[in-house]
Design a protein around this ligand. Structure first.
Ligand code: ADE
Length: 258
């Protein structure tokens, strides 16, 4: 690991939103083996000496929560790192930038008036924090990857750190995303990005007392052209980002890279 303060993991889970993000990593797995379970493919082995399990989350909070639970309960993961893409919500969070989450909330959870808006019943809170040390190591890996000029097509990409909002909806409209931001702000939440899984995985990790960190590359601005920008971006760059950043996090030179 790049950060010497990180403990060695029994098995680090790399959970990705997209199959493309994992292709290059799976190719380089040592002692590689694949297990099919609950309709999902789990890849086990080591990367640069670190025992890992890789799989894709599937889309949406329920699917992601099931996948995260399986990673922990069935495959012995003792930490989860998430890679994926997100829509930019915060001012200055542009396509090609990367957000490392400080915490997550579910923007579509509303049990009011029984509980305050966004609060998760039984937890007494709406926000689930990521692990500070693991997140710091991930942010350093992102910085190092960005310094290598990962995304020439998008100008100087920036790293942001803060709140990410998750919900079971692809946010695809300027009016909708402005409305979402206004509602969150009214409750005191300033979200940088919107996606569909992170808060669920953060809650599963909180339940198990395990470290969680997440990075999201901004594929669109959650506006009227989000679906077009998303498709283009995912194909063109998302996989390159995720792979480079994971190698950085593991403290191993990326195979095949000069
Ligand atoms: N993931 C990437 N872009 C997104 C968007 N606009 N809404 C929800 N999830 C996303």
């Amino acid at each position: 690991m790049t950060s010497p303060s990180l403990p060695p993991f029994r098995r680090l889970a790399i959970l990705s939103a997209l199959v493309d993000e994992q292709r290059g990593l799976i190719e380089h797995l040592q002692q590689r083996h694949k297990v099919e379970h609950a309709g999902r493919h789990f890849w086990l082995g080591t990367l640069g000496g670190t025992p890992v399990v890789l799989t894709v989350s599937r889309i949406g909070k329920v699917s992601a929560a099931i996948t995260a639970t399986l990673l922990i309960e069935r495959f012995g993961a003792d930490a989860i790192v998430f890679t994926g893409v997100a829509g930019g919500l915060g001012d200055g969070v542009k396509v090609g930038d990367v957000v490392v989450a400080q915490d997550f909330l579910q923007h579509d959870l509303d049990v009011s008036p029984l509980f305050p808006r966004y609060e998760v019943p039984a937890y007494g809170r709406s926000r689930f924090e990521c692990h500070p040390t693991l997140s710091q190591a991930l942010a350093e890996a992102v910085k190092a990857a960005l310094a290598q000029g990962l995304s020439p097509d998008f100008g100087q990409a920036q790293l942001h750190r803060g709140l990410i909002a998750s919900g079971d909806r692809f946010v695809c409209g300027a009016e909708e995303s402005a409305h979402l931001q206004t509602r969150l702000r009214a409750a005191g939440h300033e979200a940088l990005a919107v996606e569909m899984e992170g808060a669920a995985v953060a809650q599963v990790c909180a339940d198990h007392g395990l470290p969680f960190a997440a990075m999201r590359t901004i594929s669109d601005r959650a506006d009227d052209t989000a679906h077009l920008d998303f498709a283009k971006f995912v194909q063109a760059v998302a996989s390159r980002y995720a792979e480079r950043i994971v190698w950085q996090l593991l403290g191993v030179p990326q195979p095949g890279l000069a």
